[in-house]
Design a protein around this ligand. Structure first.
Ligand SMILES: *Cc1c(COP(=O)(O)O)cnc(C)c1O
Length: 393
């Protein structure tokens, strides 16, 4: 890899960062499907194991294809280090288990991915790590919720599925004033639209399953941050506890990063047009999309993000029955909970992604029974509108 990486623009990094060409001279990055690595002799093996000499030992620790993905994603997020993981959920788990201990406290936005709430409430709580929830955009509530044992603030912006936007720089100041770390799940924006580390966040989380792959093929995740927090602590956890990413999946994500910028911009353009169209439909009560002037944090979204993303949610008149009817009437859009795919997908959050929350938790999070989430794909938008118009009439 060239030493010029610091001078490279975003798109050049997306295509070339992390490549270490072998003696074969390959232009596209190879996949190293190997679980372990051989040593020249017993002394080299001993030196690698003791840490006296750097180098590969075993693919739970390091793998060249996984490392290429990590270096490329770190370069895009502007972080010193990236640790790839087997899923987005285990990226969050690894961060918490590496950085927290029993007796510590997390303050989290209420409107986060459903499984993240379950991870905090059902699993971290078992080991004495408590979580308090606040409204994403209520900065006074964030400050008030911080206790002497609070170590970490956690959020997604835009949130899933209501696309609420939080001011990352403001929350970073609140966190740092109280000696806490700010962790941002950047799945919805990707580094193409928003780079939280540059706004003061300490750690960025990814589910690579979504836009980084971009074609709905593999499950994976990543943690990005500085050398100490991520390069040592999160990496140390990953290497010992083993939620490592498979080299094959890493290769799929690595190649996905090369087209990430083009795709995310195209998703955003399609989503904005769909959101504007949905706002004009009689049976649609409300549309949630940061690119709309009607969005409560539209101005902040314009300032903080370079685009508005591919996720549009809307509320239908008629509750669950109306929502299910519309979903079942589609012929083109895929009925699936995944997002960030070239294929448009449609989801009923109340009975799927947020179905395991109690009705009270859902109400608190603003997830009504008439709510539908669309991850807008790269099809002709006219075909997506037609697909929805059918069920909306
Ligand atoms: C999907 C998702 C996750 C979890 O990622 P997995 O790869 O499914 O484990 C976390 N946060 C957000 C915002 C997501 O969309």
């Amino acid at each position: 890899m060239s030493d010029d990486i610091d001078q490279w623009g975003f798109d050049t990094r997306a295509v070339r960062a992390g490549q270490h060409r072998t003696n074969e001279g390959e232009n596209s990055e190879p996949i190293f499907l190997t679980s372990s690595y051989v040593f020249k002799n017993a002394a080299e093996a001993a030196a690698r194991f003791s840490g006296a000499e750097p180098g590969n030992i075993y693919s739970r620790f390091t793998n060249p294809t996984v490392r290429a993905f990590e270096e490329r994603l770190a370069a895009l997020e502007g972080g010193e280090k990236c640790v790839a993981t087997a899923s987005g959920m285990v990226a969050i788990l690894s961060t918490c288990l590496a950085l927290l201990k029993s007796g510590d406290h997390i303050v989290s936005s209420r409107n986060i991915f459903g499984a993240s709430v379950l991870l905090f409430n059902n699993y971290l709580a078992k080991f004495g790590i408590e979580t308090s929830y606040v409204s994403l955009t209520d900065y006074a509530a964030w400050e008030k919720a911080i206790k002497p044992n609070t170590k970490l603030l956690f959020l997604e912006t835009p949130s899933n599925p209501l696309t609420e936007i939080a001011d990352i720089a403001r929350l970073a100041k609140i966190a740092h004033a109280k000696g806490c770390l700010l962790v941002v799940d950047n799945v919805f924006c990707t580094p193409v639209l928003q780079q939280p580390l540059k706004l003061g966040a300490d750690i960025v989380i990814h589910s690579a399953t979504k836009y980084l792959d971009g074609q709905g093929r593999c499950v994976g995740g990543a943690v990005i941050g500085n050398k100490e927090l991520v390069g040592e602590k999160v990496y140390g956890f990953m290497r010992t506890c083993g939620p490592s990413l498979s080299p094959f999946n890493a290769w799929v994500f690595l190649k996905g990063l090369e087209t990430l910028s083009l795709r995310v911009k195209a998703h955003s353009a399609n989503a904005l047009e769909l959101a504007q169209w949905l706002e004009k439909q009689k049976r649609v009560k409300r549309v949630y999309y940061p690119g709309l002037a009607s969005h409560p944090q539209h101005e902040l979204a314009k300032k903080q993000q370079s685009g508005f993303g591919g996720i549009v949610s809307f509320e239908l008149d008629g509750g669950k029955d109306a929502a299910w009817k519309l979903i079942d009437s589609t012929r083109v859009i895929s009925i699936t909970a995944n997002l960030g795919d070239t294929k448009s997908t449609i989801t009923h959050p109340a009975t799927t992604t947020h179905g395991r929350l109690t009705p009270e938790q859902r109400a608190e999070a603003g997830i009504s029974d008439g709510l539908i989430r669309i991850s807008v794909g790269l099809e002709d938008l006219e075909d997506i509108k037609k697909d929805l118009a059918h069920g909306l009439s």
